[in-house]
Write a protein that binds this ligand. Sequence first.
Ligand code: HEM
Length: 533
Amino acid sequence: IRCQSTSTEEPKTRRNLLDNASNFLTNLLSGGSLGSMPIAEGAVSDLFDRPFFFSLYDWFIEHGSVYKLAFGPKAFVVVSDPIVARHVLRENAFCYDKGVLADILEPIMGKGLIPADLDTWKQRRRVIAPGFHALYLEAMVKIFTDCSERTILKFEKLLQEETLNRGRKTIELDLEAEFSSLALDIIGLGVFNYDFGSVTKESPVIKAVYGTLFEAEHRSTFYIPYWKVPLATWIVPRQRKFRTDLKVINDCLDGLIKNAKETREETDVEKLQQRDYLNLKDASLLRFLVDMRGADVDDRQLRDDLMTMLIAGHETTAAVLTWAVFLLAQNPSKMKKAQAEIDSVLGQGRPTFELVKKLEYIRLIVVEVLRLYPQPPLLIRRSLRSDVLPGGYNGDKDGYKIPAGTDIFLSVYNLHRSPYFWDRPNEFEPERFLVQKKNEDIEGWAGFDPSRSPGALYPNEIVSDFAFLPFGGGPRKCVGDQFALMESTVALALLLQKFDVELKGSPESVELVTGATMHTKNGMWCKLKKRLT
Ligand code: HEM
């Protein structure tokens, strides 16, 4: 959480801003009687000195898996418990909405799935989720491969130049920035068949996407709704820029929607799901959404859907790849093991859907990265009615009554690093997902059992009974989970097929900052050396 004041604001506007902030915090932190719940007292410095979720972790160890975090007179509930998470996300999911998150994202995503009201969400989820069917994902593996190869080619050219000009055998690159471009290209092609080409060029649309992402990030780390200040979007230069950026993206999306509608070939869902995806010129989700019989929708809603997926599916995947190289670079034996698997499964060839199934170790690396660096580290909910949270594994066994309007932070970071559910929770051990873990001591938690989700390529919240939640769970679970997991697997495999990667500086010099995702303060600078083949 960061705070700053802008010197360009008038004193009166600033007073309004503070009033607004206080109202907002009142809503955000609406507490009420939370019974015997342990209380952590937050100091303002906890919000500024380091990423917020580190403090949430320390309080979790001190106060248990469900506690009330109080800042002054207000409070919110922090949950680090799979049994309570399962209740909020799945068992009583419709008793909660996205609370403050919806306030932040609505101006950007409109009525897209993440901030949408319940009725809109139900309607759109029913239409969008079938779009991520098996043949679509198979076609996406081709797009992931094409785009990753474009990135690798760029690295190879840079290395050639470096060798020619300076006689060096390594290049230094900020891989976080490179992965961000790669993920943007992939999401553009996969979701609306638009090639940003950002790996190799800059354009006004690309700049606008980054501007919008920056603002979305800033809003999610700044719990004061400065963007709601009257006239701010017209007067404050940053807000004006944000409006302009949004317009650039919206115009681009509107053009793509218009084009897709003009070439519409209406058909049933089942037929759509059986198209020859690998040979379709446009295999995108937009094509599916427009062609689907009975799913007529206005352009504005379609644009909100696309914008939501653009934002939700871009930085998240880029972050997985970034932290994957961070962890692998510190574990050379695991990097070698990964490369041995790639050599044996792919050789010098390209990944396909079938081959991804054989890249077991790379898939485990991807999920282990998501365990240690979940994106986002917190899930946010607000209770629409009063509810009783189940007793957590080390909390009050009778459970806690919470009033309507309670804000809840489900700390995925705490769950994923909980010493109660994971052995050596802070260690990078992809192999851990192969091991069954029973825990009879923990009443109400079914333990960790890979066989519980037969056929799933990647461990999920079901095998872990909500101790591992990289994509949430229940009805609001990520729609793009398989897309993102395969994308990360393919991109990582192609990078390690060609290059050895080392960090440029020490791991400690990589500063972590967090907003919607966890990223670095100054980039993930790495040295890349071509592998001998
Ligand atoms: C929702 C994580 C990639 C689209 C979510 C949620 C999580 C998540 C945790 C649930 C949020 C909540 O319950 O509050 C991730 C991660 C990704 C990723 C870690 C990458 C590694 C993607 C991609 C897409 C996507 C690639 C689209 C192509 C969405 C959408 C939702 C969502 C639309 C809202 C679902 C709903 O409310 O019905 N994501 N996501 N995500 N994600 Fe992802």
